[in-house]
Write a new protein. Sequence first.
Lengths: 309, 270, 849
Amino acid sequence: MNPYDYFTHQLNSPSWHWEIIWYFFVAGIAAGSYITASIAQLTGSKAETGGSVRGYLLGLPLVMIGGFLLIIDLDRPERFLHMLWYFPQNIPMFKASTPMSLGGWALGVFGMFAAFSFLYALVRMEKVTTPVLVKFANALHEGPFAKVNLILGMLAAFYLATYTGVLANTSHLPGWAASPLIPVLFLVSGMSAGMAVMVLMTPKKNELEEYMHKLERADTYMILFELVVLVTFVASLGRWWYTVGSGLYGTLLWVVVVGLGLLVPLAMKWKPNLLGQRTAVVSSILVIIGGYFLRYVVILGPQSGYNGF
Amino acid sequence: MAERVGMLIDTSTCIGCKACGVACKEWNELPMAPEDKVEFKGLSYDNQGHLSDTNWRHVKFIEQFNEDRSDSRWLFLSDSCKHCQQAGCMEVCPTNAIIRTEFDTVFIDHDTCIGCRYCVTGCPFGVIQVSDIKGTAQKCTLCYDRLQVGEQPACAQACPTDCIEFGEVDSLMKLAEGREKLLKSQGYDNVRIYGKSDILGGLNVFYLLLDKPDVYGLPENPQLPQKNMMKSYTFSIAGMVATGVLALLAFRSRRMSHKADADQDQDKAV
Amino acid sequence: MPGLGTSFGRGGATQTPRDMAESDCIVIMGSNFAENHPVGFRWVLRARDKGARVIHIDPRFTRTSAMATDYVPMRSGTDIVFLGALIHYVLTNEKYFKEYVVNYTNAPFIVKDTFKDTEDLEGLFSGFDANKKSYDQSLWDFEREEVKLPDAEPKTLSDKIAYATKKGRPKTDPTLQHPRSVFQILKRHFSRYTPEMVEEVCGTPKDKFLMVADALAKNSGRERTSSFAYAMGWTQHTVGVQMIRTAGILQSLLGNMGRPGGGIMALRGHANVQGATDLPTLWDTLPGYLQMPIILRKHDTLTDYLKTESKPTGWWVNTPKYMISLLKAWYGDAATDKNDFGYDYLPKRIKNHSHYNMFKDMYEGKVKGFFCMGQNPAAGGQNATFHRKAMAKLDWMVVRDPFQTETATFWKEAPEVVSGEVKPEDIKTEIFFFPSAVFAETDGSFTNTNRMLQWKEKAADPPGECRSDTHFTYELGVLLKKLYKDSTLDRDWPIKNLTWEHYAPNPNDGWKVHEPNSHAILKEINGYTVKDKKNLASFLELKDDGSTAAGAWIYTGVMPDEHTNKAAARKGDDYLSLGWGFCWPANRHIMYNRASADLQGRPWSERKKLVWWDETQKKWVGKDVPDFAAAKAPTAKAKDEGIGLDFHSGSDPFIMHPDGRVQIFGALADGPLPTHYEPVDTPIKNMLYKQQHNPAAIYFNIDKNKIHGIGNDKYPYVMTTYRLTEHHLSGPMTRWLPWLAELQPELFLEISPELAGELKIKTGDWVTVETERGKAEARALVTRRLQPLKHGGKIIHEVGMPIHWGYAGIAKGSSINELTLMVGDPNVTIHESKAFTVNVRKGRIRQEV
């Protein structure tokens, strides 16, 4: 064995730990729920959107938590503004070559759209009644600007959900660099987890059954798609498959993520009364847990064993 | 801009004395590694193991002996930041804290760095680490402060065998080519220059190696991390379309079928 | 030092590292050049780049081997067999440089018939007294012509002494055929040192040996030169001095001495180790290699001393001038011809007072107080436990070092104290620790391995109470002189009259800490006229009448006038750089360089020209300062009646020696020719002779200092000790420095995978190494850089350990000197830590219960 083997002994780990795992996780849910709610908003009836609008409650707080996590992960958190402003020359800090710079902006832009939708949700739930705000929120979600607002918002959300994967992939750690499928994996997982959270948020009401049904079906599609993407991803890692597919991380991936987080919920979708009325709840919780551990495995596995981990 | 300066690391004359590393630490006031990491590592005579926040220079000791010792060699490589023409760390830095100086070297501005650690993995050579104490990314500056007053880097000055030769890159390259020719004529068949323009547009700190780069733990063909980025974005867009379509399909399907499904479900539940 | 001195006349390295770049073949043996002398090693690499062979012969494959073109393994302690076999090869294959050998060495001299060789006496020479364990060296003299003296009356003291002690010229046979000629004796002496014997004793494969022999032969002669480099790997043996002698003989036979790229590079470890020997810190010499008076020789009065120590022919005829100038430097106006210049007040040695004897005396309560300055015997002394026991018997001890070394803290941190065997309260020694300044905190000079003095300027004041050794010694002297000021006792004369005041610091030197006046010290060393205190430019100006003073005659010329300090000169060039620093003697860089020219004074070849006779200028000229009488023509005839250099001809290059030639045959305490004896701890018996070990070796029959002897089953492995670039000596200057401590933090044992496999040891495991003297624990470094060697049918495993650790500091570990043995070479009383036997077992010391 060469103790200086380039691929296994020479590269450094960026020491991305729980803050980044949680950030990737909440950003995924924020984006997934926003996209789901927006699609429901654009396609569903008034009755249905009464359910989906609750999804809009997630984006803003999760983005704020995510931003907070990102800041505390920095070794110099007091300087987080440097991400947006280049003080030596007093110009905005925007750099297309690094997903992290775009991601920082995306977080802010998505935060804006999430704030609009958050307001809209409060309006629909009659928590906000100030006429100006009601008018503003409705215009952006039901009125003439709905399509523009939601499509732009969804683009920001899509970026937020995928860039974290691009970020990891734009690196030299073999486990991250080997496959360009990480962003897809994070997106699909964000979607499925986001939908799962929305399932949990939806109250048992007759008028929401139609919506629930569609939501659960969408979640099923996402789980199926995620399974396909995950298997393809591991295969596409080639010789680096072991960084996520074996050892501690492999166990977590195959048992928790694939088994408990995807296959079991899938079985529950197929047999919706497996655990009686709680089936949907349990399956959603499992999907969410699976979503968390997917990031845990994909973020930590490839760093493990490298200097600085 | 001043001339493009750099260093030639001639492994044929490196005796593994580590004076370069000590001079580096002395000039740059770098501390000893954390006490729990100061231990016998069993990596030949290398007890540092790696470039790090406290080791801006690191000497590798590569023992290669076959069983009967008929083929035996002990190679040394004094390693540091290469000050690449296409610098991965610089490309990924989200705050432009990594800049190119008037000497064409790559320098970390410690007032701008936020400690996000992205550069750590943007570097194809594992050069950078973030300091636990300072919270900013650490690596060789090619002694920027010394260059500014016309001095050569501390390591080059300390090197007793001129293995580390500092100078203007083009003339160093000529020197290296001369050395390569000489060593080839003396039977070092695998000698080569590592860091011409084919490697990341050229390394300002480049090497004369006695064998293939992987013998020294150097990548054969390092790339900018951005090589992955566009592919990754492309897949992202595909993923976006696929998930979008799937979600749309789920939400836009005909109501009647839903109704029927729902009825069935209800029947079962009763 | 006597290794080179006996052969060539001076103990210093005969060339400079810079000159090694001119070599065509460099043999590094008994040295880890690259690791321990990295700065000088650049020139070896320069030579390699120019196509030179660089051969490293060593038990371990080291960083030096890595840089060499060829690595040759051998067993520790068998160097004389290897080198002797090279001599045998050169003689039997007629590869020697005949013209050089006949004219520049004593090969044609005829030895008296009282001499008997080891061939006749089974490993002993004639004249051995088994009780005294010493030789009667008079039996080894040459057959001589009758003594002739000049007609003129002697004028000076030196002349008188020379007349009184003059010997006749040795008889010679220039055909080298006389059976008692040195050449024939040499041939016979080394006849059993064959390549097969090398394979058997050294474990070196025959083809590798022959490769070395061939490379040396091909790269010596008129057109090419080879050079040897050695260090502690040769000196630290009971036959160490003779190892160096063997190389000296070989290099003389090959005609490599005194020529560019030729010679023997004695590598000194510390920046100032040469200086410490020159001035000296040795127990048996005075500055400039004058003998320290001893009661065992006729040294009763100054005249007795001079008659015994000065040589009537050759350079040492000047001994009276140097001795009297030294006494004048020390005692000033109080030293007059009436009181023998204070000679009687010099302490007289009564026996061997070397380091080990001093500690033995300490242990036996004879030595009560001890100044320990820049030394760390608690970790660095052979059989360190004994050293600590000895120090525990002192009344008081002063330790001066930058850090609290093992010696300063042995009373609370030594292994025997930690284990509870010894209680701190039982150690009565009162220890005073004085923190010392480091090199950059005082100005002064270093004399490096090329005998070059280089001046350094003070860069900073020392912190706190730290002071330089100079400062401490000066202040101590001032206090002592004050205490004895009013004494009327004759014995206090040297303290009262010691010249001291001129060292006084300059309070306006711009520093907060004022150092003694280093320029005044240098001037005293350089020498001056007593009357008007004028600096001397050369030791040729020294007188034996008390009109000159000089603290170390070999350094005279370093400060030729009040405003010139040649040690501080910094004018380099692309070869010898005569304008950089000052090389003693007289700024000669390559000693004996007259030998670079042929009998007629012409360079042996254009390629190897260095110094030659210029007929038009009627003097010797060249790239170096000629090491010869400047205007003595090569054709000058030797005067049989002459004294000093007059006794030599214009083609006798080795001016220090009475006969002006290399002493191929030269008396030392253990014989006139090198002979292989096994180390005192050895795995196998001596395959060459019945005599097993050096018959004159010095043993210390003291507590726990047991020898393992030959083939001791309890201790089956050969151990060699060595140094690492990262640390210095026992580590007092490096193990406390974080940047160095982290580079080599722990003691380790280098072990071959073959032996490690047998003992089930893996890299990183703890191992315990044991001898009769003690135990040391270390981490295992399993590496193929060590290899088992075949000796006949027997496989011998060798292991190695660096010497740098101790129980204090940042990088802590066992001292390997817990294992080593106090035993001495008969010439210089140096120990044998390069080759002894040990046992190795897996696990730590304390797990043994």
